[in-house]
Design a protein around this ligand. Sequence first.
Ligand code: NAP
Length: 253
Amino acid sequence: MTLERSDFSNKTVLVTGAGQGIGAAIAKIFASRGANVAINDVNKTVADETVKEIASFGGTSKFFRADVTDESQINAMVKSIIDAFGSLDILVNNAGILGTSKTDELTVENWDRTLSINLKGAFICCKAALAEMKKKKYGKIINISSLAGESGGIVVAADYSASKAGLLALTKKLALEVAEFNINVNAIAPGTTKTPMIDAISDEENSKLVSRIPLKRLGEPEDIAYATCFLASQEASYITGTTLDVNGGLLMR
Ligand code: NAP
């Protein structure tokens, strides 16, 4: 094994939902380490901002608008990414939505929408990326799950927790299937992290939560982004099928 520090020059990374929050932080850190970054989102306004920030420090990125629930849009996007950058080496399934309804008030429509974006969307993106990764016998897939997928969650709705638990099972199943192609598949389970997504949670709930977190703070998007870069790096090449907890010590397994 050669001992060399990873950077991501000559690697192409697709980050879904990269217009804001955790996805934007992941995109910026990969770009700062030399990767070509494909910024996917449904929201052009925020995605353009991420592309602009990356350009401001000399990084390379491009916006690809596509809805992760739409297989034809995702297949076309992956083709466009390979046309633009020459390959697709790393996929970060980050796009997601959050609800906070109690189960007896949760509608079937909302259940389906959450499962569709948070779980089916990741499956569609994995499927679209695998042909290129298998051909090259190289690939890294990182699924952004959640502490709620492991513990059930506190204020989040059941559709969210179920979608994130499903993502952990998808991670393990896919890791087993594609290991022979030198493709690593891992998940990250963030605790509550300061992004627009948690606007749905009251300050009071968040303060109560912080008092229970051993490291006494909420996560920053960069905390999740550094963990993602680690799982995509050469340093993590013997890690697959695992879930990395990034939660300030709130859940220890
Ligand atoms: P965020 O701030 O809401 O950002 C998510 C981005 O994904 C938004 O730009 C959103 O666009 C986009 N998106 C939504 N549906 C999409 C679709 N169908 N196709 C493509 N893009 C789509 O969320 P975040 O907090 O950064 O969360 C990122 C990931 O981390 C999510 O999977 C989330 O579940 C997970 N996570 C977050 C936390 C947390 O506390 N923040 C904790 C654990 C796990 P719109 O805004 O237009 O919908």
